[in-house]
Design a protein around this ligand. Structure first.
Ligand code: NAD
Length: 279
């Protein structure tokens, strides 16, 4: 890699919220960007804004749940910029409701986007990153829900815990190979974004819970603050990224309950946290 090499970042779910914050931070760092999302209009708008400030960015409308579209995303990145340094598997959606009331189609949508989307990213991009023979980094956006289960969010908990497991496995595999490719798993608490707009009503309980989540997300960390934490962790090649420190006691309680084989007890602060203490 020459000293003039400008890093290339591929970001899924880039049109809004956390993905947009990551794209803006990557642009501030002078990276070349490949922005992916299903929201073509939002993607074009972000791309135009970044290009106006001198960033080399391209938009590639991509449904991360569709393997052929993620393959195309990789090919576009290579054609445009010659390779990839950072891959953010970030796109995701929300679903609330009792696990048994959530429809088969709603479960499938969550699995397709939140889990298969990350699997597709890994299967399409990791062989490319390995073939480049230079440092690269994969950042998978899970959630605190990847570490703590709350009621009324079953498909979200299931898919995010799978993303944590997948990320940890990938980290071990790349270490076994001695590959220069690092992995991080991002497990944020509430971050101000549009994610609750993707929630589909399954039942009345899910609808009430959704309102609570919505209010905690609106008061959450900003995507700009989050992106600073993420890029600093990437600089350190840190696997675990837990930007909301106030959730750590809940994590400790969970691990302790597993160790002691006592029954888990849910507390509302486990999902809402304290938006102010978390910074
Ligand atoms: P957001 O809704 O603001 O942004 C998500 C983006 O993903 C949207 O632009 C959306 O169009 C896109 N998207 C949805 N389905 C897609 C698909 N099939 N293919 C490609 N793009 C798709 O929400 P956000 O909060 O920024 O979410 C980003 C990630 O952060 C998600 O994985 C989410 O689960 C995770 N997360 C969010 C929070 C939070 O509090 N906001 C907390 C923890 C984790």
């Amino acid at each position: 890699m020459s000293s003039e090499h400008r890093q290339v970042a591929v970001i899924t779910g880039a049109a809004s919220g956390i993905g947009r914050g990551l794209a803006e931070q990557a642009a501030r760092r002078g990276m070349q960007l490949v922005l992916a999302d299903v929201d073509a209009a939002g993607l074009q708008a972000l791309c135009a804004t970044l290009q106006a400030t001198g960033t080399q960015a391209i938009a590639c409308v991509t449904d991360v749940g569709q393997l052929a579209q993620v393959e195309r995303l990789r090919d576009v990145a290579v054609e445009q910029f010659g390779g990839v340094d950072l891959l953010f598997n970030n796109a995701g959606v929300m679903q609330t409701g009792y696990s048994w009331e959530i429809s088969q189609a709603q479960w499938q949508r969550m699995l397709d986007i939140n889990l298969t989307g990350v699997i597709n990213g890994i299967r399409c991009f990791v062989p490319l990153l390995l073939s480049q023979g230079r440092a690269a980094h994969v950042i998978n956006t899970a959630s605190l829900a990847g570490l703590l289960s709350s009621p009324l969010m079953a498909p979200y908990n299931v898919t995010k815990q799978a993303v944590v497991a997948l990320s940890e496995t990938l980290h071990y595999e790349l270490a076994l190979l001695g590959a220069p490719v690092s992995v991080s798993v991002l497990c944020p608490g509430p971050v101000a974004s549009e994610i609750m707009a993707s929630n589909q009503v399954a039942d009345a309980a899910g609808s009430s819970f959704s309102q609570l989540l919505d209010s905690s997300i609106r008061q959450g960390m900003t995507p700009t603050e989050l992106a600073e934490v993420v890029f600093s962790a990437i600089d350190d090649k840190r696997f675990w990224i837990l930007p909301h420190k106030d959730f750590k006691p809940a994590l400790e309680r969970r691990v302790q309950s597993i160790f002691e084989e006592t029954n888990p007890v849910f507390q509302m602060t486990d999902v809402q946290g304290d938006a102010h203490a978390s910074r």
